[in-house]
Design a binder for this molecule. Structure first.
Ligand SMILES: [Zn+2]
Ligand SMILES: [Zn+2]
Length: 353
């Protein structure tokens, strides 16, 4: 066992209960309640959550919007960041006192062909934080030690939280898009994901055009490196992007099928459309003829691996990315959901415990 210079972590509180936000059914607001602090089994850890981001997926989970639904009661949250406070039997991956992130991919089998070929995010045995496992909207959360990612020193947990889903998801989407220097990259939707997608596309060398319906968000996009912006409520984004020659890649992050169709139509020949957002209305109309004749690629991208998240943290620690967050209390979870749904939040809401 390596001896680290780290100061011993403060002892966990003596209480055995914790505050958690719980979904009891898909049509009611979340309730804030006291629950027992989880106890780690073999290979598991318990993390004292410091910060936990609110992702649109949490809202879909709470509403049971998707074909595969979580089973209430459960606690959402897959952007939890905190300190390891308890170790189950056999845990060697992390130590007490480490700061770790608890991402969407809460568990994978580790042995299937997806897991061993760098596609653990496609594992059929996977469990997901805040969906099939209780997530980070609580003072403590249990996790599998092999599937948490250490947060490097120097990263504020409030920044680390959105990077844990919004960051890794858009970082992977840009990888999957294959962005290279001088490519025109259209980012549809400048929210928690979009504001990071813009930065990763720019880091990859792309010239970014950001599309949204809200001027404030487009202003943020400019500050974060978008060269062009289009307000789709005032101007046709397809015409605006085609005027620039068409997008080499378009990344669909807005939860509206119309934005997917616009993203598709904004591509140049040979372009790639990356599906990332998951609208409750699970349908989009794409023409076959133009897809074939124009050699269009359409690809879905789901979160990212532990390695992708590690790279996301490295970029942030190196000062290459900026996270825009609004801090709130866990008690404000229902108002926060309403604000995200109404588009009243510039980027990411993060609950601090
Ligand atoms: Zn998410
Ligand atoms: Zn697997």
């Amino acid at each position: 066992m390596a001896i680290t210079a780290r100061k011993p972590a403060a002892p966990a509180t003596r209480t055995t209960t914790m505050k958690a936000a719980v979904v009891h059914d898909f049509t009611s607001p979340l309730t804030i309640e006291q629950k027992a602090i989880p106890v780690p089994g073999a290979g598991e850890i318990v993390v004292q959550i410091e910060a936990s981001g609110l992702c649109h997926t949490d809202i879909h989970a709470a509403h049971g919007d998707w074909p595969v639904k979580p089973s209430p009661p459960f606690t959402p949250g897959h952007e939890g960041v905190g300190i390891v406070r308890a170790l189950g039997a056999g845990v060697a991956e992390v130590a007490l006192g480490d700061r770790v992130a608890l991402p969407w991919l809460g568990y994978a089998c580790g042995t299937c062909e997806y897991c061993v070929s760098g596609w653990e995010t496609l594992c059929l045995e996977q469990k997901n934080m805040g969906y099939s496992m209780d997530g980070g909207f609580a003072e403590y959360a249990k996790a599998y030690a092999r599937y948490v990612v250490k947060v490097p020193a120097g990263i504020d947990p409030i920044d680390a939280a959105p990077l844990t889903c919004a960051g890794v998801t858009t970082y992977k989407a840009v990888k999957v898009a294959g962005t290279r220097s001088s490519d025109l990259v259209a980012v549809f939707g400048v929210g928690g994901l979009g504001h990071l997608a813009i930065q990763y596309a720019a880091i990859a060398g792309g010239r970014v055009i950001a599309v949204d319906l809200i001027d404030e968000k487009l202003e943020l996009a400019k500050q974060l490196g978008a060269e062009f912006t289009v307000n789709a409520a005032k101007e046709d984004p397809v015409a605006a992007i085609q005027k620039l020659g068409g997008a080499d890649q378009a990344i669909a992050l807005a939860v509206a099928p119309k934005a997917f169709e616009q993203a598709y139509a904004s591509l140049r020949r040979g372009g790639t459309l990356v599906f990332v957002a998951l609208p409750a209305d699970n349908k989009v109309e794409i023409p076959i003829f133009e897809t074939v004749l124009n050699g269009i690629t359409i690809v879905g991208s789901i979160v990212g691996t532990r390695v992708d998240l590690k790279e996301v943290f490295e970029l942030h620690a190196a000062g290459k990315t900026h996270v825009t967050v609004e801090e709130r209390r866990l008690e404000d979870v229902n108002e926060s959901i309403a604000d995200v749904e109404a588009g009243r939040v510039p980027a990411r809401i993060v609950f601090t415990m």
